[in-house]
Every structure is written in C-alpha cells, then in structure tokens.
Design a protein around this ligand. Sequence first.
Ligand code: NAD
Length: 238
Amino acid sequence: MDNFHLPSTYQNIVFFTGAGMSAESGVPTYRGRGGIWKDYRWEEYACESAFKENPELVLDFHELRRIEALKCKPHSGHFIIKDIQDKFPNSTIITQNIDGMHQRCGSHNVIELHGSLWRMRCESEGAIYEDYDRGKYSSRYCDCGNFRRPDIIWFGDMLNENIIQKANLAISACDLFISIGTSALVWPAAGYPQVAKKRGAFCIEINPEDTELSSLYDLKIRTKASLGLKNLFNTNWI
Ligand code: NAD
C-alpha cells in the first residue's frame, strides 16, 4: 500500500460506503459488538407491521436514533471524500448508511440505498418531509392526518426502484470503485463490486477485515476508513 500511487486518470469515482464508514464517527452498528439489534428487537421497531401496531413506539425509537446520530460528527474520511468530489465532480457516493453523515460534511451526489433518518413520508399521500439536524420530529403527522413514517428501508420493505436505477447508472459509468466499511452482504449492494469489476473499473476495498468479496478487489487496504482514505489520496487531513 505504501508504494501505491492513485493515477489521476480516473474521472468517474464511486465511493460505496457502509456501516464501517460511520463507525469511526461513533454511530453504532446494527449487528456486531455494541450493535442496536442486541438491545432492541427489529420486529418491534423496524418493520411495517411494528409501525402499524404501535406507530408511537416506532417513532420514539427512530427519534432516539436521530438524537444519537446528532451526537456524532463526520470524521476526516468523510471530508477526504468531499474534497475528492470537489475535484472530480462526476464522482458519486452510494451509501447503505441512513445517518446523513456524508451530507453533513458537504458532500453532494449521495445515493442513499436504504433511505434516511432525516426524512419521513406519508404512506397514503406519498408526501416527503425533510427534517435535517433535529433530534425530535417537527411533527409525527402528515397534513392529511395520517402518521408520517421514517423514509427508511425497514426489514421486509422493497428498495426504491428510482434509487436503484441511479446507483446502477453510477456504477456502470465508473472507472474507479472504492468500497469502504461494508461487508456487502445485503443485496443488491452485495452485487455492486462485481458489476463495477465487470465494467472494467479499478476496484479498491478499505476495511480492516476481509469480506466475502475481497478476492474481487484489485487493491485491498486493511485499515480503518479515515487512514485508508488518507493513504490512498495522500492527504493531510489526519
Ligand atoms: P456491516 O455491519 O455488515 O459491515 C460493516 C463493515 O465495516 C465490516 O466489514 C467491518 O469489518 C467494517 N468496519 C468496521 N469498522 C471499520 C472502520 N473503522 N473502517 C472501515 N471499515 C470498518 O455493514 P453494512 O455492509 O453497511 O450493512 C449493514 C446494514 O445496516 C446496511 O443495510 C445499513 O443500511 C445498515 N446500517 C446503517 C448504519 C448507519 O446509517 N450508520 C449503521 C448500521 C447499520
């Protein structure tokens, strides 16, 4: 890794990020050590049937996630990606995270595969309500009187077709694919490195640990997100 020099010929960069990207900011993971699903059963808090049965309980839970996320700040790795995006305007972030950390450091072109903690939607009208940087929801109700639900892909939900299309487009046009902090076990995200590889993109994985897809990558950087990005782009952020 020390001798690797990233050629500047790459123009269409895709940063593909997962829970490990936010872990350094202190956002708890879902599974694993300290994971949220150790303390809460997702069946009671993160699926449509739980929301139908007890919307207030589910909304309390998501408010708590927002309050916890607001205590965390983007780390140097998020800022490095933002800087690279400024230099390469065609670059895209495809994230499985719902915490909005990339946007909080000024990144643009962020495709959120699993939705956002900071958005709600009305299921009967489809209205979207954005509520950035507030712990408590500004309102739990749509103007039509129904509950707003978090605009997040819960267990058992279908992914949003438009979002998937956008992600597919970005990947099919990319010449450099950098995966950071994801085990990529969750579909369709699990297929993205393969698509990028087939398309001929140079593929890099930044993760302290091997993943099931590691053999696909041209370069594996076995360290945490911030340090891996710093080394890759020769920056002085940290
Ligand atoms: P995952 O938990 O399956 O994998 C996390 C990966 O990050 C692991 O491979 C781990 O080795 C790596 N990792 C841990 N610390 C790291 C660090 N400092 N730097 C780089 N890598 C590190 O996560 P996933 O692949 O994103 O899938 C989990 C699912 O849970 C996703 O669907 C996601 O939507 C959701 N989720 C989101 C958040 C969030 O919004 N912050 C948090 C937890 C889970």
